[in-house]
Write a new protein. Structure first.
Length: 211
C-alpha cells in the first residue's frame, strides 16, 4: 500500500504515479507479472469519493494497459487485507491511519488469543495441542520476514528497516535492497514515471470528456 505517510496529500496525477510505482515494485519485489491495482475510496461505485479520486480513477484506467497492470477500480478499507488487489494506493494521511489501525488490531488479536489460551486448564491443553499450527501461523505473519519499507521515487534504492528489527529482520531488508538494485528497479521506475510527466496537465480524462 502506498502512500502510508510520506506525503499526506495527493492529487490525481500523484495517485497515478503511486499506481505506476506500486505496480513496478510488485513486479520486482513480489514477483507478480501483472499486478492488480486498487484505488482506496469510501465506496466502490464510480461516483463515490472526492473529485481528485474520480479524476485519478480515470487517469489510472487510461494508463493501466500501457504499463502492464490491471486496474480493479475503487476498493474499500476492508479490501486492504483481502485478495481483491495486490497494490492499493491512497494519500499518505489515509494510508498511515489505515496502517496504524491494522497494526493495533493485530496486537489486540494477539493479546486476546493469549488470554483465551490461559483461561482454563482445558484451554492451556488446547494450546499445547495446537502448538504446531500456532507456530506455522506465527511464522506466516512474522513481520521480521517482510521487514523493510521501500522509499519509491528516489534517485536510488532506499529500504528503511523497522527500528526494533533483529538480525532476521535486517537480513530481510538487506536482501530486498539487493534484489531491487540487481534488477535495476530504480532506473525502470524512473522511465515509467517519465511517461506521466509527458501527460499534459490539462489533458481531459474520460470523466471530463463525458460531462
Amino acid at each position: 500500500m502506498l502512500d502510508v505517510g510520506a506525503d499526506i496529500r495527493a492529487d490525481a496525477r500523484d495517485l497515478l504515479q503511486y499506481a505506476l510505482m506500486g505496480a513496478s515494485y510488485a513486479r520486482t519485489g513480489l514477483a507478480l507479472a501483472r499486478p492488480r491495482v486498487g484505488l482506496l475510496n469510501v465506496g466502490t461505485e464510480d461516483n463515490k469519493g472526492r473529485p481528485e479520486l474520480r479524476e485519478a480513477h480515470a487517469l489510472i484506467s487510461q494508463n493501466a494497459e500501457d504499463h502492464d497492470f490491471t486496474f480493479v477500480g475503487f476498493v474499500e478499507g476492508g479490501d486492504i487485507p483481502g485478495t481483491k488487489a495486490d497494490v492499493i494506493i491512497t494519500d499518505g494521511f489515509t494510508g498511515n491511519v489505515a496502517l496504524k489501525t491494522g497494526e493495533g488490531t493485530a496486537s489486540l488479536i494477539g493479546l486476546l488469543l493469549r488470554e483465551a489460551f490461559k483461561f482454563s486448564p482445558l484451554s492451556r491443553l488446547a494450546q499445547v495441542l495446537a502448538i504446531t499450527s500456532l507456530q506455522r501461523l506465527r511464522k506466516r505473519i512474522d513481520p521480521r520476514r517482510v521487514n523493510g519499507g521501500v522509499f519509491l521515487g528516489l534517485n536510488g534504492t532506499v529500504v528503511k528497516s523497522h527500528g526494533s528489527a533483529d538480525a532476521l529482520g535486517i537480513s530481510a531488508a538487506v536482501k530486498l535492497a539487493v534484489d531491487l538494485a540487481q534488477s535495476q528497479f530504480s532506473q525502470n521506475l524512473a522511465a515509467r514515471l517519465a511517461s506521466v510527466d509527458a501527460i499534459p496537465h490539462d489533458a481531459p480524462t474520460t470523466e471530463q470528456e463525458t460531462e
